[in-house]
Design a protein around this ligand. Structure first.
Ligand SMILES: NC(=O)c1ccc[n+]([C@@H]2O[C@H](COP(=O)([O-])OP(=O)(O)OC[C@H]3O[C@@H](n4cnc5c(N)ncnc54)[C@H](O)[C@@H]3O)[C@@H](O)[C@H]2O)c1
Length: 383
């Protein structure tokens, strides 16, 4: 089958997301399946160039997967016409500068979220990309997860009637790093390095709410740094300057209220690491990353409050499982395939820099709400 090669610069490929989700589970998996079908009958074929700061680690990864192109010189990679796409999975704080350079070099840009550390910078990147006429996209992986796809299917099918509210619970215990190693990189807990759970998670909640339920119109948040000191990758103690928990109330168009707790200082008593319960006049659903359960108004029990008696109903057993009704591939890979078709075949790709900027806008509004102790309205971004 004829190939349409697309040169991709992958920056931050030694990191958790860059390596596992984007290189291995997405782009190498796309090559393993023989590329992505293009409209002209050929297969879009990712040609990968790994970029990072440590040549030794890049060489190791390249060798492991039979790749030959890697460099520590981003500028040189950007100057090379063989590359059409720049992808960024670096730490958040390093992203804006690299993306600016990539746009300037005329590359199409795809990036991890958050697009930048603040809203103005994100908006500026969206404007620069539009002015230069390059394709642009931001990872919004949760939309492509089986649990949330099933939730979207329920919304599209009118299952809920009028949606009233959403309650989301995200989080798990991230070890402090002293008596057990922390399972997340330490920069996440330092504000000066682009860390913080609000900046990390509110962009996700923004697109989940906007694209599955309704656009966010206002936010009220309380944030906390519950664990003030942690131990880093080298065993050094450091002060956690970033928030590790964010308790948000999001007002959505149509009078829907969404409350989402995000925390790295909570222990899991749930079925999945994130769960959203959506209640509507005709039915309710609880969606996680993979599964989704529903309860229709016709099967809703009538509990009566009486603390003198033991619980009379097996509440969890009264929900039904939503079937898969199809294959669900890796969420990052599905979005990569869409971006490649966007670049090669001009297929629609709504998850662009402007969408990413709206996510950062919500994070910033949440932080302001917490700082000033007030509700913050979300201004519409003029196109
Ligand atoms: N979509 C998601 O679900 C999701 C999940 C986790 C993280 N992320 C995002 O992915 C990005 C990377 O997160 P991660 O957890 O993989 O982090 P990580 O620390 O594991 O990896 C970061 C990468 O950036 C590089 N890097 C580190 N410091 C740098 C510096 N000062 N300058 C340039 N490069 C540097 C590292 O070498 C590494 O390749 C972040 O922006 C984060 O918000 C997204």
């Amino acid at each position: 089958m004829e190939r349409t090669p697309v040169g991709i610069i992958l920056n931050g490929v030694t990191g958790r997301m860059g390596y596992r989700q984007h290189l291995v589970r997405s782009l190498l998996a796309i090559r393993d399946q023989g590329g992505v079908p293009a409209r002209d009958g050929s297969r879009i074929w990712p040609e990968l160039t790994l970029v990072g700061r440590d040549a030794g680690r890049l060489a190791e990864i390249a060798e492991r997967y039979g790749l030959s192109a890697y460099t520590t010189d981003l500028d040189a990679a950007l100057a090379d016409d063989a590359h059409q796409i720049y992808f960024d999975a670096q730490v958040t704080a390093a992203r804006e500068k690299a993306i600016r350079a990539a746009i300037e070099a005329g590359k199409h840009v795809y990036t991890e979220k958050p697009l930048a550390e603040d809203f103005l910078a994100s908006l500026e990147l969206a404007r620069l990309a539009a002015a230069k006429g390059v394709r642009n996209g931001v990872v919004q992986d949760k939309l492509f997860l089986p649990g949330l796809r099933k939730l979207k299917r329920l919304v599209d099918g009118g299952f809920f009637g009028r949606i009233l509210s959403v309650r989301g619970e995200f989080g798990y215990w991230v070890f402090e790093g002293d008596w057990q190693a922390a399972q997340r990189p330490s920069w996440n807990y330092r504000a000066e390095d682009g860390g913080g759970i609000t900046l990390d998670m509110f962009p996700h909640w923004h697109y989940v709410l906007e694209q599955i339920i309704a656009p966010v119109t206002a936010v009220t948040a309380v944030i906390a740094t519950h664990i003030p000191e942690r131990v880093d990758e080298n065993g050094g103690h450091y002060r956690a300057t970033a928030d590790d928990a964010a308790y948000g109330i999001f007002e959505l168009a149509g009078g829907i209220v969404a409350q989402i707790n995000s925390s790295w200082a909570v222990r899991v008593h749930r079925d999945e690491l994130v769960e959203f319960q959506v209640d509507g006049t005709h039915g309710s659903a609880v969606a996680g990353l993979r599964d989704c359960r529903i309860q229709h108004r016709g099967t809703t029990p009538m509990p009566v409050w009486n603390p003198d008696l033991p619980v009379t109903e097996p509440f969890r057993a009264q929900w039904q499982t939503v079937p898969d009704n199809g294959e669900h591939d890796n969420a990052f890979k599905v979005q990569w395939e869409a971006f490649l078709r966007h670049v090669v075949d001009d297929e629609p790709f709504p998850w662009d820099f402007l969408a990413g900027a709206r996510g950062v806008q919500l994070a910033e509004a949440g932080l302001r709400s917490a700082r000033e102790g007030r509700r913050v309205q979300i201004e519409e971004i003029p196109r």
